[in-house]
Write a protein that binds this ligand. Structure first.
Ligand code: AMP
Length: 299
């Protein structure tokens, strides 16, 4: 099987040959692929024919952010995807995705209000606009997203529901380095001491989980404990506990909850999170979307 590499809107016609061979699955990425992306692709290949998009979306970067420096290496990405039974890669230039200024954009709903939405104004508008375009261009039956970007996943889920888009979303688990650091294309900005300090995000989540396992249910106490761990970063951004899927503040930790942290470490803005189901004294790691439990494609 050959992997088609499609660079233009017109070439997307070739995807029609894949429709009808099972649900068409889209895995959107910004490239600089790592094992986290590849795990989503493997999940996708269990469901149906797979399209991976590789597009560094300019509209989701703020003016002070790393759009110019963001790593791009299409040839390497294609080599990583070739062994994985990917049917097509959609790797458009910016002019294939965006037209003239003044185009319609997608305004996120309330799930985008806090966390990264609060510290990165316009970020989720950019994310939703490009995801809506990719869904419109590729017309997949299923979209696969990473739990690593938990708020992004839930903000996209709200768009799909509220705009009645005909696609089913699945979230895949976070893949980590052996020492626990969540894999990210931005990890390559980290060297020496910064790489070590980056572990404070993971330590914050572990500490909160330990406290929850020991019976702590007060979100303020847990957020404070995570904040203490995050103090090792150059600029801690947030250490928060929210309800899933609505991302509301909690009075008490119960049901499905998101533990989420973000911080600047050296040149990299890093995020990490953990989704827990806390019920009747039992605590287990879980997914963000209800479809997670049917990730094998079965209803
Ligand atoms: P990005 O290229 O950073 O836009 O990410 C593309 C997709 O891969 C998104 O759905 C991310 O949530 C997901 N992703 C990024 N890092 C990881 C990871 N470490 N484990 C699993 N999925 C990830």
């Amino acid at each position: 099987m050959t992997m088609e590499v499609l660079r233009t809107r017109g070439e997307l016609e070739r995807l029609d040959a894949l429709r009808g061979q099972g649900p068409l699955v889209l895995v959107p990425t910004m490239g600089a692929l790592h094992e986290g992306h590849l795990s989503l692709v493997r999940l996708a290949t269990k469901i149906g024919p797979v399209v991976v998009s590789i597009f560094v979306n300019p509209t989701q970067f703020g003016p002070e952010e790393d759009l110019a420096a963001y790593p791009r290496d299409l040839d390497r990405d294609l080599e990583l995807l070739r062994p994985l039974e990917v049917d097509a890669v959609f790797a458009p230039d910016v002019d294939q995705v965006y037209g003239q200024p003044g185009e319609v954009t997608v305004e996120p709903g309330r799930r985008a209000g806090g966390l990264c939405g609060a510290s990165r104004p316009g970020h989720f508008r950019g994310v939703l606009t490009v995801v809506a375009k990719l869904l419109g261009l590729v017309r997949p039956d299923v979209g696969v997203f990473g739990r690593k970007d938990a708020q992004q996943c839930l903000v996209i889920d709200q768009m799909v529901r509220d705009l009645c888009l005909p696609v089913r979303l699945i979230d895949g688990p976070t893949v980590r380095e052996p020492d626990g650091l969540a894999m990210s294309s931005r990890n390559r900005y980290l060297t020496g001491r910064d790489r070590e300090r980056a572990l404070c995000l993971q330590q914050a989540l572990r500490q909160a989980r330990r406290l929850i396992l020991a019976g702590e249910r007060d979100p303020d106490v847990l957020e404070e404990a995570m904040g203490r761990e995050l103090a090792a970063a150059d600029r801690p951004d947030y250490a928060a506990i929210r309800s899933v899927p609505e991302l509301r503040r909690l009075e008490r930790v119960q049901g499905r909850v998101l533990l989420a942290v973000a911080a600047q470490v050296g040149p990299a803005r890093l995020i990490d999170n953990l989704v827990l189901e806390v019920r009747d004294g039992k605590v287990s790691e879980t997914g963000l979307l209800d479809t997670t439990r049917t990730a094998d494609g079965k209803e």
